[in-house]
Design a protein around this ligand. Structure first.
Ligand code: SF4
Length: 405
């Protein structure tokens, strides 16, 4: 069995048929997961210096040189690589007194932080499979972003106390601004709440908890509360829709979860898609008490140290980008700035950022050509076993870069 590092489900039941170094068949994975294994040889990058193909030694020496001479370095990305690599990257940032940040700044890092600080009660996906009755997806289209989430752990599987399946033993709630594919699954024993404003929904839940008629979803909210009270184990999966819908007013959400827990058991798990984002957040939290946007020079985290803000403020002369493609995803004004500084890209595949980088260092695909450990969205550590072993991987590259600091 292999582990797919395609998303934060980190499915560890993947079966693969190979022939020499070719992947012939992949069992159990979703379409995205299967594609990672089947297409692992496509769009691979080569070592490059200033846009020209170089040999690996030339490229790594150039990267060492740039890092050695950098005065304001930032390391960014890291969520598709292993804990072992993230540790080395944090060490590099610490030794260079650099900035370090990952995608959790845009993604669900805030929720991970609340869990790590004990401000939101959380649980594991195995516990959900065995015990959860009401399963709520709030601002998350799991059907697309975490394709096997519902079938492996939440709504569909039978397990533990939930042997009668989703037809009788689970109650699905989907909360979103539009009728997503996940929402379309909410039929019998289910509710879909099409909302305009997440804070308005929180207020309506609070009204119902106060014994008043809620201002919206007059019939649905009392029913959902009644269903939650039927069991002592319910779970809310929060996605990006919830994060941005709360507009930073996290206290309102935390208070609602606390109030629900006065009546019954309600847990929270982030429903995000980067495979090892939580791993990075946990390592940073253990080391610094913060989860991202960190300056080892100033020994603190701040919005100002978010990678895009560093670019915006011309605060860095060098960026080491590991396993992500910011030029492809950042707004144009930040992307333009990134193209002007020294950029070192470490990635198995060709990326848009790689085209403008001073140095490109090709690496191995985690879970296909290199092993290690990742942390699932619920905090459970999962081992990755390589299908084929590639000598040059993120760990080997980061170790070489550390030699010069
Ligand atoms: S759900 Fe995620 S981890 Fe599981 S097979 Fe699909 S991409 Fe891979």
């Amino acid at each position: 069995m292999y582990t797919c590092a395609g998303c934060s489900c980190l499915c560890d039941d993947i079966e693969i048929v190979t022939e020499k170094d070719d992947v012939k068949t992949v069992y159990n994975a979703c379409r995205r997961g299967a594609g990672i294994f089947l297409n692992y040889r496509l769009s691979r990058t080569e070592p490059k210096v200033d846009g020209k193909i170089a040999d690996f030694e030339q490229a790594i020496e150039k990267a060492q040189d740039i890092i050695q001479n950098s005065e304001n370095l930032a390391i960014y990305g890291l969520d598709t690589t292993t804990l072992e690599v993230q540790e080395l990257a944090i060490k590099l940032a610490e030794k260079k007194e650099a900035y370090i940040d990952d995608n959790s700044t845009f993604c669900l890092g805030d929720f991970v932080e609340m869990i790590l600080k004990g401000e939101l009660p959380s649980t594991t996906l195995e516990e959900v499979k065995d015990n959860a009755y009401v399963i709520a997806y709030w601002g998350s289209d799991a059907y697309h972003s975490l394709s096997r989430h519902m079938s492996r752990y939440t709504y569909y599987p039978r397990g533990g106390k939930r042997q009668r399946g989703y037809e009788e033993d689970r109650f699905l709630v989907v909360i979103d601004v539009r009728k997503t594919h996940t929402a379309k699954l909410a039929k019998k024993n289910a509710r879909f709440l099409q909302i305009r404003d997440d804070l308005e929904l929180i207020e309506a839940f609070n009204q119902a908890l106060d014994g008043k008629a809620p201002s919206i979803f007059v019939n649905d909210i009392p029913r959902i509360l009644k269903e939650m009270e039927k069991a002592d184990f319910n779970v809310i999966f929060g996605g990006l829709g919830l994060k941005y819908g709360l507009k930073g007013k996290y206290e309102a959400f935390k208070n609602l979860i606390a109030r629900l827990n006065e009546r019954t058991g309600v847990y929270f798990i982030p429903a995000g898609c980067h495979p090892n984002m939580r791993g990075f957040n946990e390592l940073m939290f253990d080391k610094t008490g913060e989860i991202n946007r960190y300056s080892f020079n100033e020994q603190r985290s701040s919005d100002e140290f978010a990678f895009y803000r560093l670019l915006e403020n011309d605060a860095i002369d060098t960026a080491v980008i590991i396993g992500t493609d910011p030029l492809n995803s950042l707004p144009f004004e930040y992307a333009k700035k990134l193209a002007k500084i020294n950029t070192i890209v470490i990635d198995p595949r060709e990326t848009f950022t790689g085209r403008f980088a001073r140095v490109v260092l090709p690496s191995a695909i985690a879970g296909v050509e290199t092993g290690g450990t990742m942390v699932r969205s619920d905090g459970v550590r999962v081992e990755l076993k390589p299908l084929f072993e590639k000598e040059i991987n993120d760990e080997a590259i980061l170790s070489r870069l550390l030699e010069v600091v």
